[in-house]
Design a protein around this ligand. Structure first.
Ligand code: SAM
Length: 261
C-alpha cells in the first residue's frame, strides 16, 4: 500500500487534463467576492521537479505539459498557465505545480485550503512546498478527513478527488465518497478524476456515478492520441454542481490534454 508516487507522473497528459480543469474552475469560483473552501482528498507533494530522476525515468511530462507548452496550446492568461508561471518564477523552469500549489496560487487569502495526504514522506514534502496562513495540511485518510470537515466554513467551495487507484477497491470507494460528501455538503462543487484504462476498471465507477442522480452533473472522458499499448489510454473527469459556464472550462482542458502529445 501507498507505493504510488506522483513524482513519476507529474505533468503527464492526465495532469494537463485535470489541472487545467481545476485551475479554471477555481478561478471561476473566485469571480464572486465571497470566500470559499477548497479541500483535496489526495494532495500529493504539492510541487514537482520535471528534471528529477523519477520524472525523467517515465518521460510522461514530455508527452504532457512539455509538449503542450512547446505547441503553445494553452493561452498565457489561462489560470493553469498562470499557476505554472508563478511556480516557475519562484522555483525554476523545471518546476511543476501539483494541484495544492495550483489552488494556493489561484485562490485568495480569505479562501480556506484543506489538503489530505496519507503518505508520511509526501505529507512532509507537501508541508514544506505549500504553506500559507490559509493552507491546512492534514496527514490522514483523504475520504475520512474531508467528510469529517464537511460542511466546512465557508460553505461555498470545491472538493477535488484525485486518488492513485492503486487497488481496485478505490473505484468503489470513490463512488461511495462522492455520494456521502454530497449528502453532507450538498452545495459543494465536486471534481473527481479517474483513469481510462485498457482493463476497463473505470467502467463501474462511471456507470454508478451516472446513475446516482447528482445535480448539475457532467462526466467527460478523453482518449489520448498514441496511447501506450497497455495501461492508461485516456482520462476522465466528473463534475457535480457544475458552476455556470464550467462546461467550457472542461472543453478547453480536453483540448490542451489531447494537443499535448
Ligand atoms: N492531486 C495531486 C496532484 O494533482 O498534484 C496528485 C495526487 S496522487 C495522484 C495521489 C496521492 O494520494 C499520493 O500522494 C498518495 O500518497 C496519496 N494517498 C494514497 N492513499 C491515500 C489516502 N487514503 N488518503 C490520502 N492520501 C492518499
Amino acid at each position: 500500500m501507498l507505493s504510488y508516487q506522483h513524482a513519476y507522473h507529474a505533468g503527464c497528459r492526465a495532469d494537463v487534463h485535470k489541472h487545467a480543469a481545476l485551475a479554471a474552475l477555481l478561478a471561476r469560483l473566485t469571480e464572486k467576492p465571497k470566500p470559499l473552501s477548497y479541500m483535496e482528498t489526495h494532495a500529493g507533494r504539492g510541487r514537482y521537479d520535471l528534471h528529477a530522476p523519477e520524472a525523467l525515468k517515465t518521460g510522461e511530462a514530455k508527452q504532457g505539459i512539455e509538449a503542450a507548452l512547446k505547441a503553445k496550446a494553452i493561452p498565457a492568461e489561462h489560470p493553469y498557465m498562470r499557476a505554472i508561471a508563478g511556480c516557475r518564477a519562484r522555483h525554476g523552469g523545471a518546476a511543476y505545480p501539483g494541484s495544492p500549489e495550483i489552488a494556493r496560487l489561484t485562490l485568495r487569502l480569505e479562501d480556506q485550503i484543506h489538503l489530505m495526504e496519507l503518505h508520511p514522506q509526501e505529507h512532509e514534502a507537501l508541508k514544506r512546498a505549500v504553506h500559507a496562513d490559509n493552507v491546512h495540511v492534514h496527514n490522514r485518510d483523504g475520504f475520512e478527513g474531508v467528510l469529517a470537515l464537511s460542511p466546512p466554513q465557508p460553505r461555498r467551495g470545491l472538493v477535488f478527488i484525485d486518488p492513485s487507484y492503486e487497488i481496485k477497491a478505490e473505484y468503489d470507494a470513490a463512488v461511495d465518497f462522492v455520494r456521502k460528501l454530497h449528502r453532507k455538503w450538498p452545495e459543494a462543487v465536486i471534481l473527481l478524476w479517474y483513469p481510462v484504462l485498457d482493463a476497463g476498471l473505470h467502467a463501474g465507477l462511471a456507470e454508478k456515478l451516472d446513475a446516482a442522480a447528482l445535480p448539475k452533473y457532467l462526466r467527460r472522458e478523453i482518449a489520448f492520441p498514441n496511447p501506450p499499448e497497455r495501461g492508461m489510454r485516456g482520462s476522465g473527469l466528473v463534475l457535480v454542481n457544475e458552476p455556470f459556464g464550467a462546461a467550457a472550462d472542461l472543453d478547453a482542458a480536453e483540448a490542451y490534454a489531447t494537443r499535448a502529445s
